[in-house]
Write a protein that binds this ligand. Structure first.
Ligand SMILES: NC(=O)c1ccc[n+]([C@@H]2O[C@H](COP(=O)([O-])OP(=O)(O)OC[C@H]3O[C@@H](n4cnc5c(N)ncnc54)[C@H](O)[C@@H]3O)[C@@H](O)[C@H]2O)c1
Length: 337
C-alpha cells in the first residue's frame, strides 16, 4: 500500500543528527530508499549506539560527518540547504546520566540550542523533528498517558529532553522554525547497541536469550511498559514530517499496548528458543530513575497524523533476533570499535 510520503522525500535534502545510532541509521536506510539526499552527523560517543556497520546497506549513498551537534561551526555549515532535519543526537544512556549529568545538559540542551541557532541564522525554512522521550512524564498519575499528563521527569536524562523539547517549541513560535516534538516510548529492533545493559532493555533481553543466559528481571517483574518496533518508529517520523498540521505540536509515540517485564522476558525466551528468566534486585541507580508503569495514549497522533504502529511485538522480536543471528559479530563484544 502506498504511503503518504512515498514521493515526498525524492531528491529532498535530509540531515540526521545521531545518524549512526540505532534509530538514526534505520531512518537513513528508509530515506535513501525513498530517494532522499541524506547527510548523517554523529560524534561516535563511547558506549552509545553509534556503529558504522549500521549504515552498511547505504555507506556509499550517504554523506557522513563525524562531528558534534555542540560544534557551532559544523552545525552552521551542515544545516544549510537541508529540507528536513531529524534531531536524534542525544546522551541516551540512563546509567551514564546518573554518573555524569552535566554531559546530558551539555549534549541534550546545549546541542539542541546550537542546532536551533544554526537553523535561525542559516536555514529558517527547514523542518525539524525532535525525538524526545516518554520519560518526560515521570511517574504516571493516570494510564494510558496522554500529552496532557503532567511532566515530572525522574532523571536528568528526561529533564534535559523536556528542556530540548521546550526550546524547539519556543523557536517554532518566536523564530518560525517549523518543529515537531515526539515523546517516544521504549523502542527496540535491528541496529541497537548490544554491548551493555545501560539502555535498551528489550534488546538486552534478546542478547541474553540468544546467548542462552539468564534474563535478569528487576523486582517482581510486574512493571508495565509499552515497546515499539523501530520500523514503526521510522514510519512515524516520515508520517509526521509530511503532515503540515503536525508542526508546532507534541505527540506521544508508542503502541498503547502494555506488557509486564516478566511476560516480555518469557516471550523472548520462547521466540528465541533459548535462555531463561530470573528475578534480581534493582540496582540503586536504576531504582532512583524507575518511573513505574507506563503505556501510551496515541489517540492524538492517530487523529492528527494518521499514524499507528503495524508490527506486533512477536513479529518485531522475531525480526530483531533474525537480524542479530546474521550480524552477531558486528554487535557483540568489541568487534565494531
Ligand atoms: N531508543 C529508544 O528507546 C528511545 C526512546 C525515546 C527517545 N529516544 C531518543 O532518540 C534519539 C536516538 O536514540 P537511539 O536509541 O538511536 O540511541 P543511539 O545511542 O543508538 O543513537 C544516538 C546517536 O547519537 C550520537 N551522539 C550522541 N551525542 C552526540 C553529539 N553530541 N553529537 C553528535 N552525535 C551524538 C551517538 O554517537 C549515537 O550514534 C535520542 O535522542 C534518544 O533520547 C530513544
Amino acid at each position: 500500500m502506498a504511503t503518504r510520503y512515498e514521493e515526498t522525500f525524492k531528491g529532498k535534502r535530509v540531515l540526521i543528527t545521531g545518524g549512526l545510532g540505532f534509530i538514526g541509521s534505520n531512518l537513513a536506510i528508509k530515506l535513501v530508499e525513498l530517494g532522499a539526499v541524506v547527510t548523517l552527523v554523529d560524534n561516535m560517543i563511547p558506549r552509545q549506539g553509534g556503529n558504522l556497520f549500521n549504515i552498511s546497506p547505504i555507506t556509499d549513498k550517504v554523506h557522513v560527518n563525524f562531528s558534534d551537534v555542540r560544534n557551532q561551526l559544523s552545525m552552521n555549515y551542515l544545516v544549510q540547504g537541508q529540507d528536513y532535519i531529524f534531531h536524534l543526537a542525544g546522551q541516551v544512556n540512563h546509567v551514564e546520566s546518573v554518573r555524569n549529568p552535566i554531559q546530558d545538559l551539555d549534549i541534550n540542551c546545549r546541542g539542541t540550542l546550537v542546532l536551533l541557532e544554526a537553523c535561525r541564522k542559516y536555514n529558517k525554512d527547514v523542518k525539524l523533528i525532535f525525538s524526545g522521550t516518554r520519560g518526560e512524564y515521570g511517574t504516571s498519575v493516570h494510564l494510558p498517558v496522554n500529552e496532557d499528563h503532567p511532566t515530572n521527569p525522574k532523571g536528568i536524562y528526561a529533564v534535559t529532553n523536556l528542556t530540548a523539547e521546550k526550546m524547539i517549541l519556543v523557536y517554532h513560535d518566536i523564530h518560525k522554525i517549523q518543529g515537531i516534538c515526539l515523546r517516544i516510548t521504549n523502542t527496540y529492533g535491528e541496529r541497537h547497541q548490544m554491548q551493555h545493559d545501560e539502555f535498551g532493555v528489550l534488546n538486552w533481553f534478546i542478547r541474553k536469550a540468544m546467548d542462552d543466559e539468564t534474563i535478569p528481571v528487576f523486582g517482581d517483574g510486574r512493571i508495565l511498559r509499552d515497546f515499539l518496533y523501530v520500523g514503526d518508529l521510522v514510519d512515524c517520523f516520515l508520517m509526521v514530517a509530511t503532515c503540515p498540521q503536525a508542526y508546532g505540536e507534541v505527540f506521544n509515540v508508542g503502541t498503547g499496548i502494555p506488557i509486564s517485564f516478566i511476560d516480555l522476558a518469557k516471550k523472548i525466551v520462547q521466540i528465541a528458543g533459548s535462555g531463561r528468566v530470573d528475578f534480581t534486585d534493582f540496582t540503586p541507580e536504576r531504582k532512583e530513575v524507575e518511573p513505574g508503569d507506563y503505556y501510551t495514549d496515541i489517540s492524538k497522533i492517530k487523529r492528527v497524523v494518521g499514524w499507528e504502529p503495524k508490527t506486533s511485538l512477536e513479529e518485531g522480536i522475531r525480526r530483531t533476533i533474525e537480524f542479530y543471528r546474521k550480524y552477531r559479530d558486528k554487535y557483540w563484544g568489541d568487534a565494531f570499535k
